[in-house]
Design a protein around this ligand. Sequence first.
Ligand code: ATP
Ligand code: MG
Length: 253
Amino acid sequence: MLEVHRIDVDIASVSILRNAALDLQAGQMVGLIGRNGAGKTTFLRAIMGLASIRSGQVTFDHADITQAPPQRRALLGIGYMPEDRRLVPSMTAEDNITVPAWSVGIPDQEDRLAWIYDVMPETKVFRHRPASSLSGGQQKLVALARALMAGNRLLLLDEPSEGVAPALARRMSEILHTLKDDGLGILIAESNVRHCADLMDRMFAIERGAVESRPLRRKNGGTVPVAGAIPVADASPAGVPARASGELAGDST
Ligand SMILES: Nc1ncnc2c1ncn2[C@@H]1O[C@H](COP(=O)(O)OP(=O)(O)OP(=O)(O)O)[C@@H](O)[C@H]1O
Ligand SMILES: [Mg+2]
């Protein structure tokens, strides 16, 4: 579905990504793990068309999108959830969710919204409230819902578990599990491999702008075979996440 072939990305003439490569299939959740400043955000932005690629190639369903503008990528079904939520505080949750639909001209907005409310019913509960009145956790769910409005095929999530309460982290895992089962490809950048490790099919390590495939070790002894041979010791799947939607649908705290 997504193939990133040895891309180089510079920011202000400084080389940030070098020969970075990764691939992802529909229905797969892939982790991109690296410490602060490793290049995770730049990598996701390059796939979304928000950072320009100097050399290399990005293909989506075998079509070359290396130089395609972000709007075209959104229309192809790629959605991006940035590190910070970036909601418009005065707009309702629903209006925030539908921003990508009208900004890029997604034709089946109503169907997509119904699908999002089906996958994340808690967002429907507070859809008419201004984003500023929502708790941090609820805002995070709105940001995920907004990414889904465009990204009904491929989701790029930048540190979705960063700084979230355990209940929300469990709920996020549950939602991502549903989306994966629905056939979405999901690429998650995280600084800590423990987040969502139970859902990840494959994992890539990013270090100083270079990406390398690593085997994902699971506690039950099974491994997902991938190229590369560097074990990641702290992959610790937590099992099936508990339902926590009730807490998140309620009033802000
Ligand atoms: N706008 C910018 N101008 C200059 N340097 C930048 C800019 N954006 C990113 N960088 C540099 O690029 C490198 C990669 O940054 P990036 O934000 O992609 O890393 P990251 O892995 O997402 O880090 P974090 O975990 O802190 O979010 C860092 O050295 C950073 O300082
Ligand atoms: Mg980042």
